[in-house]
Design a protein around this ligand. Sequence first.
Ligand code: FMN
Length: 215
Amino acid sequence: MRELLRSLPALSGTAPAFDPDAVPDDPLALFADWFTTAVERGVPEPHAATLATADVAGQPSARVLLLKDVGPRGFAFATDARSAKVADLEVNPQAALNFWWQGVIRQVRVTGSARYLGEEASAVDFLARSPASRAAAAAAVPPGQGLASVTDLRDAMTRSRTRVEEDPAFVLPTWQAWLVVPDVVEFWQGCADRAHVRLVYRSTGQGWVHRLVAP
Ligand SMILES: Cc1cc2nc3c(=O)[nH]c(=O)nc-3n(C[C@H](O)[C@H](O)[C@H](O)COP(=O)(O)O)c2cc1C
């Protein structure tokens, strides 16, 4: 493995032009710009992000999920209330989100606190999912619960699919939309010569300040 790992290239994407002296005051605007560029440059699944949480004892855990919205208030995702991440966030709302866009050598790191967006936003998110993903979410098998076999899960999903198709307005009561409200947003632009650009925005409570830091 050691040899294999050392043989692999890193930072092999193509960096778009980026001038850290000509950035917007609001990091959410810069995020939208970088995200759009990632989509235009064909970065696969740029909306997949790693969410890190920590439990009451401080034990961290991280998992990939999909970004559902981004706007002036923060970064939205959706999940099941019975999941470990929600158990973590209920006792410790501090969270981090990480995006890595290989094709453009860009990383975005977000830290902040997460809050539940309420029943209405959660229902809107659930109903916007495809029938297959609504059925999968509603398969009555809570995330993390032990399974005897994958066949059991498929059977539960088939029953759930019928229910979702018969009642298109059905909303899984445990489906929740959450928002990560950022305190710090870091934009990392990799460069082939290793003079990487790290631009860190920090919330002041009234607005944002930003500065360059060493990579
Ligand atoms: C590409 C990708 C997208 C995913 N999107 C979501 C998502 O939007 N919401 C979600 O709850 N889990 C999503 N998952 C599954 C999570 O990674 C994770 O397995 C699940 O949420 C349980 O995590 P937890 O036990 O830490 O709460 C996704 C996984 C992958 C690989």
